[in-house]
Design a binder for this molecule. Structure first.
Ligand code: AMP
Length: 587
């Protein structure tokens, strides 16, 4: 197929802003294309060579293109640059300068779409020494064969700025029109696209096998599935109504969503935006290989940074450090350990699970996964009771989660790839209370350390003072902020206070590994004060069944040796902090 046919269509598409007109122009173009070339045409029309998830980019720098244009047009580099400054678009400059070529190659063989695609493909594959020169040579050969109008799009494509602005959905509609003769068929094409994330594949299939062929497309290991998204509501009762009275309430972990594709000998990880992030999480690859008992599978989960000493979840900012630092993977993997909480199974050994109701997917997931310190299945509570949801929300937040995900468990609760719908509803707190100040808390217990802290304390159980009842009531488990020196010093300070059981003035719902006579006071900061069913400070005061806690506590480094335990912050002060700083969550 002649490249000029594509270029004619591009010119027309470029000159319209109306979506429907664009759709019809594209449908006309697709009808003219041979089925075996349609995938390439779809990619080229989007300014790509492959589906995004393969991460293959043309990667031609502007400087390089200027050089190629200079050679192809026979004009000095300066002339190319000055024209570019005027037009602001190197594509237009190419059209103009090549139009002035002394010898317009009348005898030239018309460029074919296949040739253009093949040359771009070669350019994308070039790497290493000599690749710059090779790329320039390839580009020049293409530009030599191109008409000025073709050169405009070749240059734009090479720069990654095709600027036609055709959305995925427009392409799907155009394919439906061209090959099914009915725009409505876009729905089925879209479902197949959501399962494969590959528009070229859909185009080639519908063109060669019709709608029937598209309907047969299934989820497949290696092709990311576009993620299912959630709606949002802020009332537990209302959520239950939406979910027909019954829901799977799950912890909404605050981390990075990962879709893992497993086959014998290989694991691929995709981000929520379907980028291939396998190399950034070699640890997760290893954990999943160990834990998943299926040969071929696609699972989804949330990766969360973990404090290696306590096993506690850390805030989102920690795991975000693991992204985007390709050269530092090894160091970051050691510094920020992560755990994956799996929440869905989309494909297992030849079977497409996206069409099965959620309880079936979850049951199969539980069966397939051997849980470990680093791989867990998302915590879940099946419930029909709004109060239970409220309590579970508090538990989730005090465990370091963002809130809850409430999921339909009805017969239609399929995995809606690529869609935001009411089968999943997120439920976060309406308010948060920021901590403006540090607090001084009393050490009342400790938990054994793991990993580097094995043999010592991993985290301390801290309490505020309840003046009225002369009791110490817990507000957090703190494992962060301690330096190596602190870790040496703490046992020295705490050992003399050790007790074989909980001190009678300590009120705790947690069972510590070691108990202390209240004595040592530490200064602590945190993200906020939250409701918590686990901690006993101000229990039942703000809400029945819960106390107040410091979320994500960190030791500041200050031992308040000047303070007696009764001088620590009081539970009344913690309550005051909670009340005075309630801020509506707007995100
Ligand atoms: P949001 O990003 O606020 O729209 O919330 C949806 C995100 O929550 C998903 O994309 C997941 O990354 C994350 N998430 C955390 N825990 C779960 C869970 N148990 N089920 C589904 N999604 C979860």
């Amino acid at each position: 197929m002649k490249y000029s046919i594509l270029v004619d269509a591009y010119d027309r598409i470029e000159s319209t802003t109306k979506r429907l007109e664009m759709r019809d122009l594209l449908a006309d173009l697709f009808k003219k294309a041979p089925a075996k070339l349609l995938a390439e045409i779809v990619y080229l029309t989007q300014g790509k060579l492959y589906p995004d998830y393969l991460g293959i980019e043309l990667g031609i720098a502007e400087k390089l293109l200027v050089r190629a244009l200079s050679t192809a047009s026979g004009k000095p580099v300066e002339t190319v640059k000055s024209s570019y400054r005027k037009t602001g678009d190197l594509g237009e400059t190419a059209e103009k300068l090549l139009g002035q070529r002394a010898q317009q190659t009348l005898t030239r063989r018309p460029l074919k779409v296949e040739d253009v695609y093949a040359v771009f493909d070669k350019i994308a594959c070039e790497a290493g020494t000599g690749s710059v020169e090779a790329k320039i040579r390839l580009l020049c050969s293409l530009l030599n064969d191109a008409t000025p109008r073709e050169a405009k799009y070749i240059v734009r494509m090479a720069l990654g700025r095709l600027r036609l602005g055709v959305a995925d959905m427009t392409i799907l509609e155009s394919l439906a029109l061209a090959y099914v003769g009915d725009v409505e068929a876009k729905e089925q094409l879209e479902r197949a696209y959501n399962l494969s994330s590959d528009l070229g594949l859909i185009a080639r299939t519908v063109a060669s096998e019709g709608l029937g062929g598209v309907l047969k497309l299934k989820a497949s290991v290696g092709r990311p599935i576009r993620p299912m998204l959630a709606e949002r509501l802020s009332d537990a009762a209302e959520i239950l109504v939406k979910l027909a009275g019954k829901a799977a309430a799950e912890y909404k972990y605050d981390g990075l969503r990962i879709q893992a594709h497993l086959k014998p000998g290989s694991v691929l990880l995709f981000s929520r935006r379907l980028e291939n992030i396998t190399e950034q999480f070699p640890d997760v690859v290893g954990y999943l290989k160990e834990s998943i008992r299926l040969e071929n599978a696609i699972v989804e989960g949330e990766c969360v940074a973990i404090d290696p000493n306590t096993g506690d979840m850390l805030p989102f900012q920690m795991i975000s450090q693991r992204r985007g630092r390709k050269h530092e993977v090894e160091r970051m993997t050691g510094e920020v350990p992560v755990k994956i909480f799996l929440f869905d199974l989309l494909y297992a050994d030849g079977e497409d699970f996206t069409v099965k109701p959620y309880p079936q997917r979850r049951a199969a997931l539980s069966e397939a996964v051997a849980e470990s310190d680093w791989v867990e299945i998302s915590r879940q509570l099946l419930t029909s009771n709004p109060q239970e949801i409220e309590n579970y929300l508090m538990e989730a937040v005090s465990d370091g989660c963002e809130g809850l995900m409430l999921k339909s468990v009805g017969p239609n609760s399929i995995y809606q790839a690529g869609a935001r719908g009411w089968l999943w509803i997120k439920y976060k707190r309406a308010y948060r209370s920021e901590m403006a100040d540090t607090v001084d808390l009393v050490v009342v217990g400790a938990f054994h350390g793991r990993g580097r802290r094995g043999g010592g304390y991993g985290a301390l159980l801290l309490a505020a003072y309840d003046e009225e009842n002369d009791m110490f009531r817990t507000v957090c488990k703190c494992g962060s902020g301690f330096t190596d020196k602190d870790l040496e010093e703490l046992p020295r300070r705490l050992r003399p206070l050790e007790l074989p059981h909980r001190h009678s003035r300590v009120d705790s719902r947690l069972e510590a590994d070691v108990w202390f006579t209240p004595g040592l006071v530490l200064e602590v900061t945190g993200d906020e004060i939250t409701l918590s069913p686990v901690h006993t400070a101000c229990f039942d005061v703000v809400r029945k069944g819960s106390g107040l806690a410091v979320r994500f506590p960190r030791f500041t480094g200050n031992y308040r040796l000047d303070k007696s335990p009764e001088d620590a912050n009081t539970t009344g002060e913690i309550l005051e902090m909670y009340r005075s700083q309630l801020k509506k969550i707007t995100t």
